[in-house]
Ligand binder design. Structure first.
Ligand code: TRP
Length: 469
């Protein structure tokens, strides 16, 4: 077998994996999801899932990928054709996430231009500007297309070099801006109430759907449950330490999410903005923070949205690449053809998602496209993807192979191997089932139940038909 292409450097790998992980999930989704789910208790449960489930599943994905030396679909398929569906489910998840992610990526691009065209001049109008912007049928679509074109350009050229370079510069910039915003926010009068909201758990607000939201957030944010980390792991050299790589990516991703929370909530409470803003949260809070700073504020706000757009891009190219790699590897498409086909499907989904926010377009059980794609992926597909990877690693691969892979044939000490193995084999699959079914039952009250059941049916159908893939 030909030697597989490897990452340019250890830093390059970490940056690419962290670049995939750190994105809208951390800076856009985490704060508003925490806000909608009551704050502290959600954050604590999310952190628990990140450490116990997220890290372990990431390590399992790296190990499976490097063991098999194949991307997601191939890694499952080469072991047992009946497992092809687990990879196929990942391709489907990537398509559906790319059915709304570029919509939000487009908002972020649009806000780079908005901060220069007077957005910050009327702080009281910032919230209504966001609402009228996203419900406008046409303008967000243009930005979404611009955002998708950026993805296409990067992925057509092959993702490795460009993405590695952009990440190395812009991730630190993003980190720096978030720290600056946090300091600014924390010094505002009344800011501490925001820290309390974010970190002081009130378990009386916890119900099964809050727990499922925390699990979904952990998977989404860490880019788990759909084979991206299997694919990235397949490019890792044999002497690399998988355990420490998984730990570094997990810590970086979680640090950015928490930092984004610290950047938003204190300021939000200081300004009297409600925490349950929904998806508009960053787009309202960040401009409001910078509005009172005059000219410098404009520059900071622009830098923030540029960095957010780039963080989003480094994530979405990894999603687009999953679908593209599938068409190249399994269907024999050329790279440009695979990109055109994949992104055409995504444009259609994104148009539906964007229009649904203005109340236009088809609904399923009263839920619009944007929310359907979000619900299906983050509440169902990723969790079940994590479930299947765990079962695959724990039950299909032999324990000694797995141990050799994570310890580099015994040359690396991993004292917690026994615990990790028990987690992957038994505890994580059971926990995911328990959380998912609890959440689905609970979801019926909010009207989300039927969509989740549809998600389960799609998984079942994929399992039946995927042998043809
Ligand atoms: N983790 C990314 C974010 O936080 C989104 C993402 C990229 C993703 N690749 C993924 C989510 C794979 C799930 C699976 O924005």
């Amino acid at each position: 077998m030909a030697k597989r292409e490897n990452w340019g450097s250890k830093l390059g790998f970490i940056m690419a994996a962290a670049g995939s992980a750190v994105g809208l999930g951390n800076i856009w989704k985490f704060p508003y999801t925490a806000g909608e789910n009551g704050g502290g208790a959600f954050v604590l449960i999310y952190l628990f899932f990140v450490v116990v489930i997220g890290f372990s599943v990431m390590l399992a994905e790296f190990a499976v990928g490097r063991r098999k030396q194949l991307a997601a679909v191939g890694a499952f398929k080469s072991e047992d054709r009946r497992w092809t569906f687990a990879g196929a489910l990942g391709v489907l998840s990537a398509l559906l996430i790319m059915g709304f992610y570029p919509v939000v990526g487009g908002w972020s691009l649009a806000y780079v231009s908005k901060v220069f065209t007077g957005l910050l001049n009327a702080p009281e109008a910032i919230a209504s500007t966001f609402d009228s912007f996203i419900t406008n049928p046409l303008v967000p679509l243009m930005w979404m297309v611009a955002y998708l074109i950026l993805n296409i350009v990067i992925v057509v050229r092959g993702i490795s070099t460009g993405i590695e370079k952009a990440g190395k510069v812009l991730m630190p910039l993003l980190f720096g801006i978030l720290i600056a915003i946090s300091i600014k926010g924390l010094t505002l009068p009344g800011a501490m109430a925001g820290m309390e909201f974010l970190f002081k758990p009130d378990f009386s607000v916890v119900d099964p759907s809050v727990i499922l939201a925390a699990l979904g957030q952990a998977f989404f944010s860490l880019s788990l449950g759909m084979g991206i980390m299997i694919t990235y792991g397949s490019y890792l050299p044999k002497q690399e330490n998988l355990v420490s790589n998984a730990a570094i990516v997990t810590v970086m991703d979680t640090a950015v999410a928490l930092l984004a929370g610290i950047a938003m909530f204190p300021a939000m409470f200081a300004f009297g903005i409600a925490p349950a803003q929904g998806p508009g949260l960053v787009f309202v809070v960040v401009p409001t923070i910078f509005a009172e700073m005059g000219g410098v504020g404009t520059i900071f706000a622009a830098l923030f949205f540029i960095a957010l757009s780039v963080a989003a891009l480094t994530s979405s190219v990894s999603l687009l690449e999953v679908v593209v790699a599938y068409f190249i590897d399994e269907k024999g498409f050329s790279r440009p053809k695979a990109v055109v086909v994949s992104s055409s499907i995504m444009v259609v989904l994104c148009v539906l998602a964007s229009l649904s926010l203005g109340g236009v377009g088809p609904k399923v059980f009263g839920t619009g496209a944007f929310d359907i794609f979000d619900l299906l992926t983050d509440k169902i597909f990723l969790a079940f993807g994590g479930f299947f990877v765990s079962i695959f690693a724990g039950w299909k691969l032999s324990k000694s192979d797995l141990q050799n892979e994570v310890t580099n044939n015994g040359s690396i000490k991993f004292g917690l191997f026994g615990i990790w193995y028990a987690l992957v084999k038994y505890i994580i699959p059971l926990t995911i089932l328990w959380v998912a079914f609890g959440g689905i039952r609970d979801g019926f009250e909010s009207g989300a139940g039927p969509i989740m059941i549809i998600g389960l049916l799609i998984i079942a159908i994929t399992a039946v038909f995927s042998k043809k893939l």
